[in-house]
Design a protein around this ligand. Structure first.
Ligand code: ARG
Ligand code: ZN
Length: 884
């Protein structure tokens, strides 16, 4: 019999199969005898039958565990009294109430998957979401089982002076034999995925925060001693987040201490374990010398994100993993509005939409497309996606837009109040908003159920005699795997009308008695095709639609390049100003691509140069916005706009445009650069960040102009920089220049920073993104460098991830070398860390969109992976869905 097929087909989990747990855990007492080679876990669970649950045996999850002993109400269970498989422990014939004692052994230093308890550098730490707790002990490892945890940790005092877990520290002591112990208690019932434990020789930086009701909370950041100078920004961000959540959502912190730990080996960004957040060091540590403005910005938002989970995720959690976006979408939406409030709201929106359109739209158009609330999965780790997070955030944002700010707040108050301490669903979330405001969101819920990016077509007509302006909106959504047809979505469409001078016109729909004043109004689109008639429109308007990107849709709205240029300088909505500019640039670049393909001579658009000049000299415009508006779309984003991407022509067109804009406006770039080059100490604030970003954009154009003197200026900026933002901007430009200066710049950068992991990752990433022809050879060489370890996810993402995702010209090399390289690395990684391996596959998401030859090569790469025996469920699921 051929067993390989069954071995190769891991189990599919379906939302439709959801059942309540048969048994509940009221209390979990855990005792850890810690050691990096062998850790012993004694788990004592107070359990009872779930009155609402099905009649079923008690099943505990467990993976890669050595079972030492099992006791039921104090009596040892013999091997014939329970059943054990590689992933479960089944105990039949249990009473209604009982106590289980389970002793297991685990090997943290053998754990390269970084799930469960593992060893990172010299720190022992955990990652349990989604299903890592089952690698620590046998347990009903599902989010709807919530329990009160008490954790005792015993370990050698010298080696593990700091020992942390969730909640408040209750007691500690010392044994005679050189070991010590500590006991933590978390009064808030929680699912196992929020459990955490950390031990190590850690430096702690302390602060405190007084909550709105006067509770004093100790704030502590734990880091390797070598990183003790890198905690300030995270602590400031944490206090900002705590205050913001009180002011904006009325949410207060609920323990005596809030702890953050930084570790070097981490699969994702960070984790919101109750009271003990664990962070990827790259997402929390920063000084101006080692972190860029973008890093500062990201750290502020991730610290806030994890903190916000204390309510949206921990106090109210998910019933099952299909509801992941309940906590992630909502929490991303919260961290985005936090960042918008603290920094520039316009820039925040542009960055969020840019990310969504370049990553999530591609996911929605590819073989892994899934709804915000998926209905099946093989490996849940594969569903920590941009759809769950970023599209999920857009969905919550649309609810806010449709009901209004005050109403949304009423809804979230009811949600937190009604479901505090519960494990709930996205339906429960929507119901709370509906109940608090007497609104009907039933059609809106399709956003949770239907995958794919809706396409919105806009047609307009002006009747100069009747003074009527007609706006027709048609929506359609392409088929996605498992969903052939779609029902119309409920779409909030933000619109404004501009007259010839750029002034806003009043908007009065034909059934309204009064016109709507104000620049923007929200139209509620619910039908496949819908017409809005505006009356009393005195002159022919230009409609600015989807302002602020009010819905995650693709817009088909045919505007001429002149109309786009008009909106680029006149729109009242900053997002749409930027977006009109981007559309204009894309139109021009795609024409250049066509010219390249037909061997036509390339000409620079004077319209674009004029608009760039106007933007660059606009004294009223925020320099951060100017920088965004002058930034050309990425090659990947351009590829997504073509039916069949032509990577080489795209690269050539973009280089042509950049160089020629640079040459035309060299004086202006030069002047702006010099004006922004005033020496002042680094500070992280919106104004200074804006200046640095515009300065760096100017430098990139100056270097693109091809003038060799500008390279000297770039080197000078690097030499004089007192911060990583300016240093790295210079290095990025240098790596695309072949020659000795490049090699010197890279070498001295490494010499200066080789002790700093965060900076070394930047050094790797910069080289992986180089456009020089020998980049893949260099990447392979760097994999043997002392700075690189394939076991460290940040190293892998910086080098292999950067090359495969952000170096399209070389990754998509015609000879298939980039694809083969990726396939080889995935097979190596899959044995070590399946989550990281599966992530890397994302680089092939759009493989079917490419030309015949490249498709064939990418298919071969995918097949070489699919052919392997013993693939992880993670890689198996993605590779089979890609090939399906
Ligand atoms: N819940 C974390 C967050 O805040 C993500 C952690 C998930 N980790 C994982 N290995 N699946 O987004
Ligand atoms: Zn999250």
């Amino acid at each position: 019999m051929d067993t390989s097929a069954t071995e190769q087909s891991p189990k599919v989990t379906l939302l439709a199969d959801y059942e309540q747990p048969a048994y509940l855990v009221d209390e979990a007492l855990l005792q850890f005898d810690l050691d990096s080679a062998k850790t012993r876990v004694v788990s004592t669970l107070t359990m009872r039958k779930n009155p609402q649950g099905p009649e079923a045996d008690c099943i505990l999850d467990g993976e890669a565990l050595t079972l030492v002993s099992l006791k039921l109400d104090g009596k040892k269970l013999e091997g014939n009294q329970f059943q054990r498989t590689t992933s479960q422990l089944l105990i039949p014939n249990l009473p209604d109430k009982f106590e289980l004692e389970i002793i297991t052994e685990i090997e943290p230093d053998q754990n390269t998957a970084l799930e469960g308890l593992y060893y990172s550098g010299s720190i022992l730490c955990t990652q349990c979401e989604a299903e890592g707790f089952r690698r620590i002990t046998y347990y009903p490892d599902r989010p709807d089982v919530m329990s009160v945890f008490t954790v005792t940790i015993v370990a050698d005092r010298e080696k593990w002076p700091v020992m942390l877990s969730n909640g408040n520290m209750e007691d500690q002591g010392v044994f005679d034999d050189g070991r010590h112990w500590v006991r933590w208690h978390d009064p808030h019932p929680k699912p196992s995925y929020l459990f955490a434990l950390v031990a190590g020789d850690l430096h702690v930086q302390q602060d405190s925060f007084t909550t709105q009701s006067g509770r004093e909370v100790a704030l502590r950041i734990y880091v390797d001693p070598e990183n003790k100078h890198k905690c300030d920004h995270a602590l400031t961000s944490l206090k900002q987040a705590m205050k913001w959540d009180e002011d904006t959502y009325g949410r207060e912190y609920d323990l005596d201490v809030f702890m953050i730990v930084a570790v070097n080996d981490f699969n994702m960004g960070a984790m919101e374990n109750k009271g003990l957040n664990i962070f990827n060091a790259a997402c929390v540590l920063a000084t101006p010398e080692t972190a860029t403005d973008d890093d500062f910005y990201t750290i502020q938002s991730i610290v806030a994100h994890e903190y916000f989970h204390n309510w949206s995720g921990n106090r109210v959690t998910c019933r099952d993993w299909f509801q992941l976006s309940l906590k992630e979408g909502f929490t991303v939406m919260r961290d985005q509005s936090f960042s918008a409030d603290l920094n520039s709201a316009a820039v925040q929106r542009i960055d969020d939409v840019n990310g969504l359109r370049s990553m999530q739209f591609a996911e929605d158009a590819g073989p892994m497309a899934h709804p915000v609330r998926p209905d099946s999965y093989i490996e849940i780790s594969n569903f920590y996606t941009v759809t769950i997070y970023e599209k999920g955030a857009e969905v919550v944002r649309m609810i806010n837009t449709l009901v209004g700010d005050e109403e949304f707040r009423k809804g979230t108050d009811l949600y937190f109040d009604r479901h505090d301490g519960q494990a709930v669903t996205t339906d429960d979330f929507v119901k709370a908003i509906e109940d608090a405001n007497a609104v009907d969101l039933s059609q809106f819920k399709r956003w949770y159920e239907q995958a794919g990016t809706p396409e919105l077509t806009i047609d307009t007509n002006y009747d100069p005699i009747e003074h009527r302006f007609t706006l027709t909106v048609t929506q359609a959504c392409p088929a996605t795997p498992g969903q052939a047809t779609k029902q119309p979505f409920h779409i909030p469409l933000a619109v404004g009308l501009l007259d010839k001078s750029g002034t806003s016109l009043d908007m009065q729909l034909e059934d309204e008695a009064e016109p709507h004043h104000g620049d923007t109004r929200i139209l509620s689109v619910t039908e496949a095709s819908q017409t809005f008639e505006f009356i009393n429109v005195s002159s022919e308007p230009l409609a600015s639609v989807l302002r602020g990107f009010s819905a995650p849709v693709k817009l088909k709205y045919d505007l001429s390049n002149h109309q786009l240029a008009f909106l680029m300088v006149n729109d009242k909505d900053s997002f749409n100003r930027w977006d009109a500019g981007q559309k204009l640039i894309i139109n021009i670049l795609l024409e250049l691509v066509a010219d390249i393909q037909q061997n036509n001579p390339l000409v620079l658009s004077s319209l674009l140069v004029n608009q760039f000049e106007r933007i660059l000299t606009d004294k009223k415009l925020d320099p951060a916005l100017i920088a965004k508006m002058l930034t050309l779309p990425t090659e990947n984003y351009l590829a997504a706009q073509m039916t069949t991407p032509d990577v080489d022509a795209i690269h050539q067109a973009r280089e042509f445009l950049k160089r020629n804009i640079a040459v035309s406006l060299k004086g202006l770039f030069n002047q702006t650069y010099e004006k922004l080059s005033v020496k002042k100490a680094y500070d992280f604030n919106a104004d200074d960040m804006a200046m640095r970003s515009l300065k760096n954009v100017c430098l990139s154009y100056l270097v693109a102009s091809g003038d060799p003197l500008q390279l000297q200026r770039c080197l000078r900026q690097m030499k004089q920089a007192d911060n990583m933002t300016e240093l790295l901007a210079g290095l990025r430009l240098m790596v695309d220049q072949s020659g000795l200066e490049r090699e010197n710049a890279l070498r001295s950068f490494y010499e200066q920073w080789k002790q700093d992991r965060q900076v070394v990752d930047k050094w790797l990433a910069v080289q992986a993104a180089s456009t020089l022809p020998d980049t893949l050879i260099r990447v392979k060489g760097l994999m043997k460098h002392e700075a690189f370890s394939i076991k460290n996810p940040n190293n892998v993402r910086a080098l292999i991830g950067m090359f495969c995702r952000n170096n399209p010209v070389h990754f998509h090399a015609k000879d298939g070398s980039g694809y083969r390289f990726l396939a080889e690395q995935i097979l190596v990684l899959d044995k070590l860390n399946p989550q990281v391996a599966a992530r890397m596959l994302g680089a092939l998401n759009s493989w079917r969109r490419y030309d015949e030859q490249r498709q064939q090569l990418m298919k071969q790469a995918l097949e070489s992976i699919a052919e392997q025996q013993d693939l992880s469920a993670d890689v198996y699921e993605i590779v089979t869905k890609y090939l399906a």
